[in-house]
Design a protein around this ligand. Sequence first.
Ligand code: HEM
Length: 651
Amino acid sequence: MTSYTLSPEGITPWGVTTPSLAAWRKGRPMTDTATQVEEAAAAAEFQLLVTPEGRADPYRHYDTLREMAPIHRSVLANGWLLTRYADCHAVLRDPRMVRGFVPAMDARFPDWRDHLAIARSERSMLNLDGPDHVRLRKLVVKTFTPRSVEQLRPRMEVFVDELLEPLAASGGGDIMEALAFPLPVRVIGELLGIPEQDQAPFRSLVQKLTAIFEITATPEMLKDADGAQRESDAYFSDLIDTKRARPGNDLLSRLLTTEDSDGRLTSGELRTLAQLLFAAGFETTTNLVGNAMLGLLAHPEQMDILRARPELYSTLPNELLRYDGTVQVVGRCAAEPVEVDGVVFEAGDLVFPIVGAGNRDPAMYDNPHALDVTRQDVRPLTFGGGLHFCIGAALAKAETEIVFRKLLERFGTIELVGEAPYRDRLTLRGPSVVPVALAAHRTAPSPRRSTASTLRAVPPAHLADEPVVASAQKTPHRPSPAPDVMPVRPAVDDSTWRTEYRTRLEQTPGTVGGDVASVAALLGRVPFFAGCGPAELDDLAATAYPIAFETDETLCVEGAESLECYVIAEGEAAVLIGGDEIATVGADDVVGERGPLLGALRTATVVARSHMLTYAVSRDRLQRLVNESASARASMEKVLGRRFGTSPAPP
Ligand code: HEM
């Protein structure tokens, strides 16, 4: 574990002033290799979290961290920094790695309740855990499925064509101002029902608001964020009143009906949800377009490849997200001890998967610092993962694909004609301006201006002023894992892990999925459990836990034994028997239940067809319930009969 102290005036938990690295390192002896490894990792961390230069070009510091201390205990972040792809991915997938907003904020910004921008975000979907989180996602997720996004495609193409006109007429301009901001803000604005004339001020407002995501946000940044929050609150309160009086054909108006019909979505929740969707819907994509444009300008040969091989546009967004994604860091909090490669995160520990580092892990991708549009099977971590996986992933990818296809098809020459500095942010990375010259037909390339600080494609391996250590010690200092700590959920074939976790939960009930009452309420809304009484639902909820599956992941395998079934909250899966697809299941269906009900092994294989969010429920408890409760059994038989035309045999 890296340990160092910083002078009191240097760093506070809620803000950072920047002592020089040399001053900070003064008097720190470098004795042996282990110390040097720790020093190198700590220096890289310092660069990333404290210095604007480090944040502007973070990838070489990520490399140092990954080489020296891939699971690094950070004093500055008050948590663990992860830089390997596999570790980031595993942590994002593990249901025990929750958001834990309150403990996380208590650790990072002790006075967070005094900051409106942070306090408001406590009830944001992004920061909730358990059924409250699931409930909010369910309300909006359908608007952003790949199928829904496909329907928006023609409209997005028109938008892009319209935005390219003035750029073509003037022979170029600032890509951020002319394209990267107006496209996604118009798309999400139209979906939500935010009038076009109101959208422009949100560009700077949201930039201020998102400062709260920075690990080392300064008091000034937080103050600005609070001011922006006040403005945004006032705007959205008025807008919601207007929609209530005159509903339109938009998501916000539809959500108002939801609020009215079951009284569950309060005005405050609706306002917070609308703000999140609007901000997340453009700020991230805006920056991705900016990062991607800079990446392509630094690799002009990749633009030629794309023009020559247009079939690559469909996979381009994944490579752009991998190469220089908008979101670089995601946060989680361990709800119980979790072991990752020999290191134990204790309950309450903050963990920061640096997804921007994972995306450039050489163990995952050859030549990871190169932008390579021909790369296949790219799985960027940039949309996070697990239960909080980005709702707008399909939309963002479609927007990015359309932007670059149209840009490259229309302009034979695209050149950077000035500085394109990155904003001083680590978590949400993006440039403030990207000035380009555009020409419809290829002309002889003019000498490219020096843009070394922003366009370095292959960064050097080490920081000049960081200690260079002969050989990296991959595992600097690892406490031995306690024998009873379960390892992190594996990325491939986690069925054994799920069985073990279920066994533990049944022995020691205590769900990470929220309090029992709210999980029981969530299950009670699913038709399959309609016949269950409150005590019966509580019994199921006592050991239920939320778990996400990625596309093509297997929930159940025909003929296998399994100790749980899955209540689908979000996403779709294919049900296969003997290799034939016999049904598609989706929200509010239960899968993996027939085997337990029949007292048999699994009767079907179930494969995720999209990102899925489910609640895992104990098979033994389900069997007990069906044996003891006639009404529970009746509701289950009814649902099964409807779905398969059969019902389970008597137990
Ligand atoms: C390049 C574009 C985008 C990037 C890089 C991005 C990235 C992310 C990330 C990293 C998360 C958190 C995931 C986690 O903690 O595991 C997230 C969540 C979210 N994103 Fe995106 N996003 C993008 C575009 C969008 C768009 C277009 C929307 C529009 C609806 C959107 C809506 C959301 C919402 C609502 C959440 C919260 C989900 C939850 O907490 O359950 N995002 N996004």
